[in-house]
Structure formats: structure tokens, C-alpha cells
Design a protein around this ligand. Structure first.
Ligand SMILES: [Zn+2]
Length: 581
């Protein structure tokens, strides 16, 4: 995947050791001297605005040195370390503290499980066998605090680690690019966030016993700061536990594991080809509630025709849920060309807020450049928010009205077309964004395959889509308002993950998108289904129109994926991508 070191064995993985440094003048030389020779292809030191001569000394020792002009904190320092290491083409990235608290001679032990192909991330444990932390001089309060928080975090993660606060770590490049570490804390909690996300996204995290050393200068963190660290670490672990469940699972613990996920219902078999696995018959779960011709406005983003849908079917083999549209594919595309959605911008402030959140999520991941392609841009509001943040924006959108409106109003680069006519130019985008589009496409799998051809190999695919696993969908059953005629497919984490895999992506993030809309906007949309309630709420909203958060309903999920090898198997999410391409 990455170019290897110019000198040495072309097949050997490139090992980069990073040193997050602050006031390391006194211990740096000893640390470097103890790194076994021939181990690292490159050593990078990031100096976090130390007031001493750390940077100068490091340059003298022949290290590559990056200096922060102001202090960013321990997490902020690691962000620079990892970005630089990834940019330099590292296959394995090591973090070693230059304060000599961890023995550099342990680094070969640390990376051995990665080299053997048994781990995606490793860390050195001072509590597992080789270490004697108390004898090594670890203060009692830190020893006890470490034991308690490690136990609690193990409980939440379903892991059995002995030391989750280790400062000696190693990662594969693939592990680091799977984690949105750019969005983590700049403080000490960074370590917890990275470890928790690695575990809860199914990375293979392995603990390696190492000896401990403690010296007066390396245990200088105050009790108050330690306590803050413990509280924030536990809070983060608990939040991820709620979102993703325990070890290796990305969604809350399921009572019964099945191949298909949630089965929505049992009806007669229907002739309909499963878009995900290709099975020729699917089970009718919710019979159609809408008949007759489909007016164009049902294809608008803000349609009022909620819970009016065609026959909804589920694949008994893979669990995919789709509808059997009464229109044929060409007619559906024509509808999107004709659509006019004047009320879309009524909720502009809330949409801007959501788009800013999405761009914040994207910023957490390392990508090679700033080229952003959006599929289904509507009037280009997302593109405009992206352009404001320095992205080179480019969008395609089928609606003639939206393209004209967006070009005129926001001045963004917007081109008329649908994903089916997207010209596949290799490596044309660093980030591809598709917000609430996938569920509208006739063939989402082939659309994803097209995008796979367009995206940079180190790029990021980001999408949002309707979520069948959400609280709201589970509670409402067939009454769920997002069962509408313009939605041709409905995803769960399981089916979307499988579809991404089949298209050559691997899922790296899955979370509920936070959304809020003005009360008047929600009432306007609810009025279609509940006319009297809607009218009453609209009257109220005339006087008092607060923003109502609706993210907790879980209707929309945010998903990030990285290019991977195209695979046909179901259980390949942990297999590393083959070398080359
Ligand atoms: Zn299927």
C-alpha cells in the first residue's frame, strides 16, 4: 500500500518511530541510544514548543524534527506524529516517549505481533509479567487509579487488558487510517479515545509485557490532572460502549446473533432480485400503502408523503430491505431531474450545523488532499460549507432546478447529472460525500463500485442514510415515516457494511447523525400524516419556534469507509488489503 524505504529490502515493512517530546532535553540522548540499531527506517520527533533545547538536540542526533510553535498538548503532539509518519509512507508506526520512562529496547517486542500479522495495534503493559510498577517507583495513587480505571474500561469494552494507559504503542498504517484521530482530544484522553475506538471497531489490539521505569521527572502529572484524565477516559469509554457495544461489535450488544440481522416480518415470497446478494426472491414484509402514479414532489428531499410506500421486501438470506418500485428505473431518474424543492432551504441554519458536524467528522481522518466530490448535492449548501473550510468542492446533482439555484445562490462548482453518468476518472477525489442519496438509487451497489473507481486509494467515502436499526424504526415498525416511495432501499449497519465490502470499501465509522430542525419545520412535515396535530403545533410555532434535536431517534446514520480490496466473502472485514494498489 505504501512505498517502502528507499534503502533496504523492498518487501520489508517501513517502520517509523515517533517521539512526542516536551522538555526531553535530559533524556532524549539516552532514549535514542537505546533504540536497537537497524530497527527504524525513520525516527520523527515532534517538539511541543519545549522551552528547553529538545529540538536542537534532536536535530543534532539526526532525527527528523517538527516543532510546534505553541504547546498543543500530548494528544495534539501525537496527531502531528502520526500524520507525519503516515505521510512518510510508514507501514508500522511506533510511539515512544522520549522521557525514558519506557525502555526503547522493548520496541522489537512491541512490533513483533504486528510483523507476524497477528495484530493491528499493540501497546506495552507495565502490569503484565515483566513489570513491577510499584517497585519501579510508580506513586501509589497512580498505581491504584490505573488499576481501577483499567478494570472499569475492561468491563465496558469486554477486553482483558492489564494497562490501558500505556505510553508505548505501535500501529499498522491501516489501523491509524481507520481511526478519526484528528478529532480526538489534544490532551491525555487522546490515548483512551484511540485505544477504545481501535477495540470497538474490531481492530486486533494486543498487549505486550514490558519492564517499567519510573523517575522523578516522568511522574510529574498532578493528582488533579490525573483525576480529570480518569473521568474523561471513563466517560468516553462509556459513550462508545453505548454506541458500539463491547469488543469487536459496532452496534449495541445483540441478544441473538443472526446472519440476517433484524427480520421485519414474514409474508409471501416475491419475485425480486436482492440488490446485495443477488437472491432472486425476497419476502414481503410490509405491503404497499400507496397506489397510483407518483407525483414529482414525492421525490423532493422534503416530501410530505411520509409512510406512503410501495411493497417492502426483505432478503431471507442477507437481510437486505428494499422496496419494489412501481416506476421503472428510467422514470425514477427523470423524476429527480424534474424535482423542485423550494422549502429545502427553510431549514438552512440547521442544515449548515449538520454539514459543519459532518465536515468535522471528515477532518478527523487523514486524507491525502483537499479534493471533495459530492454526489447528489441538491442546491449545493454542503459544498458551500465545505468550500468555506478550504475544500476544493465539486458536486453533481440531477435536478435542473437545484443546479441552477445552487450555482446562482452559492457559486459552488455544481454539475448536472446523476451517479449513473458520473465519468469514472481514477483518483479524482480525496473525499467522496453522499448525503441521504444511497437509499434513493436503483442499484446502490454498482453506484458504490463506481465511486470506488473515482476515489484516491488513501481517500475517504462518507455517507449518510436511513437507519433500520434506530430506536424510531424499531418502535414504529411499518408506521416508520421513512418508508416512502422514493426510498428504494433501507439499510442496517449489517447490510450497509456488507454492501460497502462488496464494493471494495471497509467501514471505519458508523454513528447516529445529530440532527435538529425548527419546530415549525417538523410540524409542517408532520401535518401530512397528522393534520390536526400538525396544525396545532404550527400555530404554537408561530410564536415560539425552538430547534428540536431529533438525532436520538436514530433515523439517519453517518458512515465513513476506506477503499479496500474488493471481496466477495462475508467475513473479510479484518483481512488486510493486499499489497500493491
Ligand atoms: Zn440478499
Amino acid at each position: 500500500m505504501h512505498p517502502s524505504a528507499p534503502d533496504g529490502d523492498a518487501d520489508a515493512p517501513r517502520v517509523v518511530i515517533t517521539l512526542p517530546a516536551y522538555r526531553a532535553e535530559g533524556t532524549l540522548e539516552q532514549t535514542i541510544a537505546d533504540i536497537p540499531t537497524g530497527l527504524a527506517d525513520e525516527i520523527i520527533l515532534v517538539d511541543d514548543a519545549s522551552p528547553d533545547g529538545t529540538a536542537q538536540l534532536a536535530r543534532g542526533l539526526g532525527l527528523r524534527v517538527i516543532v510546534h510553535h505553541e504547546n498543543r498538548g500530548y494528544g495534539g503532539n501525537q496527531k502531528t506524529c502520526y500524520r507525519e509518519a503516515l505521510e512518510s509512507g510508514a507501514d508500522i508506526v511506533v510511539m515512544l516517549h522520549p522521557d525514558y520512562q519506557y525502555d526503547p529496547k522493548a520496541v522489537p517486542l512491541l512490533i513483533a505481533p504486528i510483523l507476524a500479522g497477528d495484530a493491528d495495534m499493540t501497546f506495552g503493559s507495565r502490569f503484565a509479567g515483566l513489570g513491577d510498577p510499584r517497585g519501579g517507583g510508580m506513586p501509589r495513587y497512580r498505581f491504584v487509579g490505573n488499576r481501577i480505571t483499567t478494570s472499569l474500561e475492561n468491563l465496558l469494552l469486554g477486553s482483558r487488558f492489564t494497562d490501558m494507559h500505556s505510553g508505548l504503542r505501535a500501529y499498522t498504517a491501516r489501523c491509524l487510517t481507520s481511526l478519526p484521530f484528528g478529532s480526538y482530544s489534544d490532551g491525555f484522553v487522546f490515548d483512551t479515545q484511540l485505544l477504545v475506538d481501535a477495540v470497538t471497531t474490531g481492530q486486533r489490539v494486543v498487549e505486550v509485557p514490558i519492564p517499567t521505569r519510573y523517575t522523578a521527572e516522568s511522574s510529574s502529572i498532578s493528582i488533579a490532572r490525573s483525576l480529570r484524565y480518569v473521568v474523561s477516559s471513563l466517560a468516553y469509554t462509556a459513550r462508545r460502549w453505548v454506541e458500539r457495544g463491547r469488543r469487536g461489535r459496532r452496534s449495541p450488544v445483540r441478544l441473538r446473533g443472526t446472519e440476517t440481522g433484524r427480520i421485519l416480518g414474514a409474508g409471501p415470497a416475491m419475485e425480486h432480485r436482492c440488490v446485495l446478494c443477488g437472491r432472486s426472491t425476497m419476502t414481503l414484509v410490509f405491503p404497499a400503502t400507496a397506489q397510483g402514479s407518483v407525483p414529482v414532489d414525492e421525490f423532493a428531499c422534503t416530501t410530505g408523503a411520509l409512510s406512503e410506500h410501495d411493497d417492502i421486501v426483505q432478503c431471507p438470506r442477507c437481510g437486505m430491505v428494499s422496496s419494489i418500485p412501481t416506476l421503472d428505473p428510467e422514470e425514477i431518474v427523470d423524476r429527480y431531474v424534474e424535482v423542485v424543492d423550494e422549502v429545502y432551504l427553510d431549514a438552512e441554519p440547521a442544515r449548515r450545523e449538520l454539514f459543519a458536524w459532518i465536515l468535522g467528522q471528515i477532518a478527523g481522518f487523514t486524507v491525502p488532499g483537499r479534493r471533495l466530490l459530492e454526489i447528489g448535492s441538491n442546491v449545493g449548501l454542503f459544498l458551500q460549507v465545505a468550500a468555506e473550510r478550504g475544500w476544493e468542492e465539486h458536486g453533481i446533482e440531477p435536478s435542473t432546478w437545484a443546479v441552477n439555484e445552487g450555482t446562482r445562490r452559492f457559486g459552488v462548482r455544481l454539475q448536472q447529472g446523476s451517479i449513473e453518468d458520473l465519468e469514472v476518472k481514477r483518483d479524482a477525489a480525496d473525499v467522496v460525500v453522499m448525503l441521504d442519496v444511497l437509499e434513493h438509487l436503483n442499484d446502490p451497489l454498482s453506484a458504490l463500485k463506481r465511486l470506488r473507481g473515482v476515489i484516491n486509494e488513501e481517500g475517504l467515502l462518507v455517507l449518510s442514510t436511513v437507519n433500520l436499526d434506530g430506536l424510531h424504526a424499531r418502535y414504529r415498525g411499518r408506521q416508520w415515516p421513512w418508508f416512502i416511495r422514493s426510498h428504494l432501499h433501507y439499510f442496517s449497519e449489517r447490510t450497509l457494511s456488507a454492501m460497502l465490502r462488496a464494493a471494495g470499501f471497509r467501514l471505519v465509522e458508523w454513528k447516529i447523525a445529530p440532527r435538529s430542525f425548527p419546530l415549525s419545520y417538523i410540524a409542517g412535515r408532520a401535518a401530512a400524516a397528522y393534520p390536526r396535530l400538525g396544525a396545532a403545533v404550527l400555530r404554537l410555532a408561530g410564536r415560539f419556534d425552538p430547534e428540536i434535536p431529533v438525532g436520538w431517534l436514530g433515523d439517519i446514520t453517518f458512515v465513513a469507509a476506506r477503499p479496500a480490496a474488493v471481496s466477495s466473502g462475508e467475513h473479510s472485514s479484518l483481512e488486510p488489503a493486499p499489497a500493491g494498489e
